[in-house]
Design a binder for this molecule. Structure first.
Ligand code: SF4
Length: 371
C-alpha cells in the first residue's frame, strides 16, 4: 500500500480530474458542510463536495438550475440586523450571551473586541487563534467574524462564524445571527435546524483550535441563536443545543475522507466539467448513487435534478423519509400500488398488509360516496 502522503496526492489528482481540466475547486463553507449533515447517506453529494465541484454551475449545465441562495433584499436586511446586534462593541450581543447562557458570570462590561484583520484566510485564521489564546486569561471577549479552519478530506475549509464569545471562565461560545423572526420565543424549526447544523460545524472547528492549546478550554455545545423579535428589528436570542448536529457532522466529515472509495467505483474517465455535453454530464452524475429526499430542496443545489430522476424512477424516496421508512422493502411507487391491489407482496409483511387494508377502506369509502 502506498504511504499516506502519496495516497493523499493521488486522491487530490483524481478529484481534480473529476472537476475537469482547469476547473478550480470550490471551497467548502460552513453552509455546505452543514448541508452534508442534512443528508448523510448521499454519496453523490459527498463526492461532489469533496472534489470541490461547483454544484450550482453543474445544476445549470444539467438543465435544472437551483433556486438557491438569498435574495439581495434578504442579504441587505440580514447585514443591517447583524450590524445592529453588534453595535457599541457588541454590548447587546454580550448581554444576550450572559442572560441566556451564563447568568452566574459577572456582567459583560468593558469586554475586549480584538482586531482580527490579517491578509488572506490563513492569516486571519492565525490571528483568530492568537486572539483566542490571549483571551483565555479572564473577562469577556467578543470575536467579530473570526476565521476558523477545519480539515476536510485533507484540505482546509475556511469558516467564518458571525461571532465567538469567550466567557470569564475561559469557555467559548459560537453565536449565529439570523434574520428570520423568532415569534413568541420560537422560530421556524427547519430554519433553526439549518442554523444549528451550521453552528455545529463552527463548534467542530473551534474544538480543533482548542485542542492545540496547552490547557484546552471548553467549547460549549449550546450555541446562541440571535434573531429579530416578532415582527420588529429588536434582537432576541435562544440557546440551541447542537450536540446531535455536531456528532452527525463529525461522522460525515470522517466519511468524506473515504471519498476515495466512491471515486474508485466510478467508470473510467468520469468527469463533471460543466462544459461537457449535457448527455455526458448527466451520465457522469447518474453514475454516483444518490439518496434524494424532499429535504434536499432546501439544502442542495442539485435538488431539482435529483428530484426529477427520483420521480422518473418512481422512487418512494421522493415522498419523504417518513413515508419511505413506513414502506419497508417497497422502493418504487409501482411496487406500492401493486402490493395495495393484492397483485404482489407478502401478505404477512406489515407494510403490505397495511396498504391492502388502506386500499379496502378507500374502495369502501368511494363505494359509499357513489351510492
Ligand atoms: S439533491 Fe441529490 S446530490 Fe444533493 S443531497 Fe439530495 S440526492 Fe444528494
Amino acid at each position: 500500500m502506498p504511504p499516506p502522503r502519496t495516497r493523499g496526492t493521488a486522491l487530490r489528482q483524481r478529484l481534480a480530474e473529476l472537476r475537469g481540466p482547469d476547473v478550480p475547486a470550490k471551497a467548502l463553507d460552513a453552509r455546505a458542510l452543514a448541508a452534508l449533515a442534512a443528508n448523510p447517506g448521499c454519496k453523490r453529494r459527498a463526492l461532489l463536495d469533496g472534489a470541490g465541484v461547483n454544484k450550482a454551475t453543474l445544476a445549470s449545465a444539467l438543465g435544472s438550475p437551483s433556486a438557491f441562495g438569498q435574495s439581495q433584499f434578504a442579504l441587505t436586511r440580514g447585514n443591517a440586523f447583524e450590524a445592529k446586534v453588534k453595535a457599541d462593541g457588541g454590548a447587546e450581543l454580550l448581554r444576550l450571551v450572559h442572560e441566556r447562557l451564563d447568568p452566574a458570570a459577572e456582567p459583560p462590561v468593558d469586554a475586549q473586541v480584538p482586531d482580527l484583520t490579517a491578509i488572506g484566510p490563513e492569516g486571519r485564521t492565525a490571528r483568530t487563534a492568537l486572539a483566542l489564546r490571549e483571551a483565555a486569561s479572564g473577562g469577556w471577549t467578543l470575536l467579530d467574524h473570526p476565521m476558523l479552519a477545519l480539515d476536510v478530506a485533507g484540505s482546509p475549509a475556511f469558516l467564518e462564524p458571525d461571532a465567538v464569545v469567550v466567557h470569564p471562565d475561559g469557555s467559548w461560545t459560537v453565536v449565529e445571527i439570523k434574520s428570520f423572526p423568532m415569534l413568541d420565543g420560537s422560530a421556524d424549526p427547519s430554519k433553526v435546524g439549518a442554523a444549528a447544523r451550521q453552528a455545529a460545524v463552527y463548534v467542530l472547528a473551534l474544538e480543533e483550535v482548542a485542542a492545540r492549546l496547552e490547557t484546552p478550554p471548553r467549547v460549549r455545545h449550546r450555541v446562541l441563536l440571535v434573531c429579530p423579535k416578532d415582527f420588529s428589528n429588536l434582537p432576541t436570542a435562544s440557546a440551541v443545543d447542537v450536540r446531535k448536529q455536531r456528532a452527525v457532522t463529525a461522522r460525515q466529515l470522517a466519511r468524506l475522507t473515504r471519498i476515495q472509495d466512491i471515486a474508485d467505483a466510478l467508470p473510467e474517465g468520469t468527469c463533471f466539467a460543466p462544459d461537457l455535453p449535457a448527455g455526458e454530464l448527466t451520465a457522469a452524475v447518474e453514475s454516483v448513487p444518490a439518496t434524494y429526499a424532499p429535504e434536499c430542496l432546501s439544502a442542495c443545489e442539485l435538488a431539482f435534478h435529483c428530484r426529477d430522476r427520483s420521480r422518473t424512477d418512481g422512487a418512494v424516496t421522493s415522498l419523504g423519509r417518513s413515508v419511505r421508512a413506513e414502506l419497508g422493502g417497497l422502493t418504487t411507487v409501482e411496487d406500492v400500488l401493486s402490493a395495495a391491489r393484492g397483485e404482489t407482496g407478502d401478505p404477512d409483511d406489515p407494510a403490505v398488509a397495511a396498504l391492502r387494508r388502506a386500499a379496502e377502506l378507500r374502495a369502501e369509502a368511494l363505494g359509499a360516496t357513489c351510492r
